[in-house]
Design a protein around this ligand. Structure first.
Ligand SMILES: [Zn+2]
Length: 317
């Protein structure tokens, strides 16, 4: 995900029609994979952050809209998530651009355009974590850490961080985790461990891995009478199972894309919170690199603790 400045605005007639959301050259924006056209029935509903004009509605399985604007030597190149941001320049629809505070540091707030909103919003908007509650967050990648932060912001008194890599626990503590569980330290299923730890199950659980069996564990970790489990991790290739009685007893199993935040409004609001020092962002960043280091960065991220690297693209004016 990238932050950028608007360098050219075409289609002035369109912009006049949506004058309130006008973008000017030099505006700072964050591209978001979800769109917010503000005109469709999804955008007009406060119940969802979906937009009928989103690429996700069109062709989700190849993570790319059909109308990619990129080509190389005559061959069409897929534009990842409808954005294609591993580039110095890109062309995206204005409904995918969230205009942000002019003083926002782009090398920091770029993280708000995906993982931070996804994790944080899943706790605050989707799970609707309550004050004094007990939460469990499965998976402590960037999204999981943001979910921990969201649980804390919502007033959770106990936040159990679950991950098979104990190196991540120290960082989770910074974001508000109070208890740490490594499934590898236990011989019994992890949901049984959590149910025992909490005398019946957690109030809220958030699955931030994208693994179907972890989703099932997260559901079964919640208290059967009112537990809420949110699927945050993304996967297309697996299915999961649950018995009707798991839900009939009172649990809720739900999911959210982008933490339930409307693409433009959510990003603008989260950047504002960061500027007001109400949201941690800097704490996520462990490396800063430039585009020519992309391969080592990528393999580094895959092979070690998934810390976050901000990549800077030098644009020749
Ligand atoms: Zn819309």
């Amino acid at each position: 995900v990238l932050c950028l400045k608007v360098i050219k605005c075409k289609a002035k007639d369109t912009f006049l029609k949506v004058h309130k959301y006008f973008l000017f050259s030099g505006d700072k924006v964050i591209p978001v994979f979800l769109s917010q056209c503000r005109e469709c029935h999804f955008c007009k509903s406060p119940k969802t952050n979906q937009c009928v004009k989103a690429w996700t509605e069109v062709i989700m399985d190849i993570m790319c809209p059909i109308d990619s604007r990129f080509s190389c030597k005559g061959k069409k190149i897929l534009q990842f998530s409808g954005l294609g941001t591993f580039t110095e320049y890109t062309v995206v629809r204005q409904i995918n651009l969230a205009k942000i505070h002019p003083d926002a540091p782009l090398d920091k707030v770029c993280l708000i355009g995906c993982g931070i909103c996804t994790g944080y919003g899943s706790a605050v908007n989707t799970a609707k974590v309550e004050e004094g509650s007990t939460c469990a967050v499965f998976g402590l990648g960037a999204v999981g850490l943001a979910a921990v932060m969201g649980c804390k912001a919502a007033g959770a008194k106990r936040i159990i961080a679950v991950d098979t890599n104990p190196e991540k626990f120290e960082k989770a503590k910074i974001f508000g985790a109070t208890d740490f569980v490594n499934p590898k330290d236990h011989s019994k299923p992890i949901h049984e461990v959590l149910v025992e730890m909490t005398n019946g199950g957690v109030d809220f659980s958030l699955e931030c891995v994208g693994n179907a069996s972890v989703m099932e564990s997260a559901l079964h970790s919640t208290v059967k009478a009112w537990g809420v489990s949110v699927i945050v991790g993304y996967t297309l290739v697996q299915s999961f199972t649950a018995r009707p009685v798991d839900l009939i007893s009172g649990r809720t199993w739900k999911g959210a894309l982008f933490g339930g935040f409307k693409a433009k409004d959510g990003v603008m609001e989260m950047v504002k919170r960061y500027m007001e020092k109400k949201l941690m962002v800097d704490e996520f960043i462990t490396h800063n690199m430039d585009l020519c280091q992309i391969m080592e960065t990528w393999f580094g991220l895959v092979l070690t603790v998934p810390d976050w690297c901000v990549m800077t693209f030098q644009v020749k004016q």
